[in-house]
Design a protein around this ligand. Sequence first.
Ligand code: ADP
Length: 720
Amino acid sequence: MSSLQARSLSRAPAASIVDRSARLELLEYFLVHSDDVALCAQASLEWLADYAGVKRSMCLAVDTEASALVGIAGHGVPDEEVELFSWSLDRHDPLVLALSSSEPTAFKATRANGTYNAISSTPLGAGPISAIPLRGASNSSDSAVGLLLLRPLTVLTPDVAWLVMVLGQKLEQLRGRGSLAEEARKLRRERSLFFTIINSVTDPILLTDTEGRLIVANARAEKLFAASEEESEGRRRAVELNNMLFSAALSRTAVETEARELLLVDPSDGSDLLFEVLSTTVEDPREGTGIVSVLRNITDLRRATEQIEENYQRLRVLEASARAERDRLNLIIDSVADPIIVTDQFGATVMMNNPAEQLFTVLPEAQDYAQRNVQANDAHFSSFISGLLLGESGPGEVRRGEIGLMNPNTAEPVPVEAIAGKVLTDTGELTAVVTILHDRREALERVHLYEQLKTASDELQARVQAATAELATQNELLRRQAIELEQASRLKSQFLANMSHEFRTPLNAILGYTHMLLQGVAGELLAPVKRQLQRIDSNGRHLLTIINEILDITRIEAGKMPIQISEFDLNELVPEVMVELDPMIVRSKLTVTPRLSPELPLVNSDRQKVKQIVVNLLSNALKFTHQGGIDIAVAFDAASRTAAIEVSDTGIGIAPEHHEKIFEDFRQVDDSPSRQYGGTGLGLAICRRLATALGGRIALHSNVGQGSTFTLTIPVDIEQ
Ligand code: ADP
């Protein structure tokens, strides 16, 4: 009986009175294994362990032929020690004495002086041991058939006494059939051989009865399906689970010869173990029907299968992505405008994109010349990459060059720049050559255009330089002319000033004498003479006016007309001007209306010059107005602190195109020789210069036939 089966017997706690069924179970076992003394002895020792708490024990039988006590069963003792145990009966030592004793002998301690030394050499060790003789039914003191050695010391309780009795009887019963010890040994050897064989099988092997109870298991199976109470909780649980899974697997389907898969738990580390179960039904005349199951561990196999499957899947994914990559690459290559050609290591074209196809392929039905042109292109290309294919350049090197290709259909030259690179394997072998051709027509065109542009730009630059030089010359010329003009102008002014002065002296003398003659200093004049003298006087005065005005202009230009600032009231100045021009006003028969301003502050300016301007404006208004009237208005603008004198008439007016012209020297609206109005054309020119000198200005609003308004504006306080 295997240790497994012994443990699988139903148990009760190690109490003094054992359940009746436990005794029955043992007796039943004795009946079943009636021929096997070793098995019966072994079952008895297991029974003692379970129900009497005997941890280590041995059953010895008397071998009469050998005159020795030999081991037939052991518990808590190595099998081989039981096997080898042999104790001569010829000696009169304590063990032999214990055999013949009617009572159990207690070996309490081992003494060094040798009294109980012999006991120390049993496989149970040197501790306290009980030796109980086993006798048959005859129960005579010298007919002991065996000896039970129990450790620790065991009290002969009713259970132990019962067992000693039944075992003794069994031994005696079997002794009658021959040599007990020899029989036991033979059986032990056979069993041991059997277990050695099945234990040497690395696959778990189990024999179960029809209800799934375990009868025999090899060592490997025991690891999965058996656990003693001392073992850890986890391990016991795992074993329990495995037993359940195994019985379920057996009961689920009828026992077949086909293999089934069974998932178990490894009790040592809790990992999953996958087995293939092959069960066969066996018939034994004594044991009845049993099922032998061989479990083949396919965990690694399954893992390997899964790994292979996973690798296969991965390979599929990689393959798909490689395909996608290739498609994408094709798409990219096709979308590149430059021709791309891939050739293998022998120079044969493997792939080319659409632009390349236009250079290196023609339809079979194309004209002969197109076929020839393609061949020519091929020849040029092949000779370009031949260097790379022959390995002239080093690995990974790129070759650049220019190839003169042509459009196969039009024979138009297509100069290209070719860049070819090797594609090498990991081991450095050439597998392909990739060549990209770049159309150089555009680049050449650009170079040409650039050169043209550069020539044009150079020409332009030269022209600009020439023009700049010319301009510099002109500038220099102008500068010199300006200097000359300035000198001339200064000389002119000087001349005019001198001349005016020189003219005035004799003119004043002429006017003086004329005046005296007209006054009758030289006696009464005849009427015609008087008329002639009056003409002389009138023309002389006109000439004097002209000379005075010319003198004014030249003085102003030469900066020889200093500003004399004084504080005065414009409201007073206006009537004064009117008084001065009274003869003219009377002659004109026009109404002159002064419009004065009481708010006007006193003005700080050159009174003489302001008066000269107003006199001039009023006398012009009188001269060019034939009907209506003239207003002289004075105004003050507080914001800009300026005073204004506005002279408005209802005269002939001035066309807008003459508004600027009349302020120029010697300019009149009507400058024809037959002009209607007298004057020098210098009055307004002098007025503007004077106004400017006072920090002011003269503005004009006028139109033909609508009268004119001249406005002199000056700062109330002149800036010095
Ligand atoms: P002139 O001595 O000729 O009057 P001015 O310089 O004073 O010289 O005037 C130039 C010209 O401007 C005049 O000849 C005239 O044609 C025009 N002019 C000046 N004031 C008036 C005005 N109030 N109405 C119309 N024309 C005028």
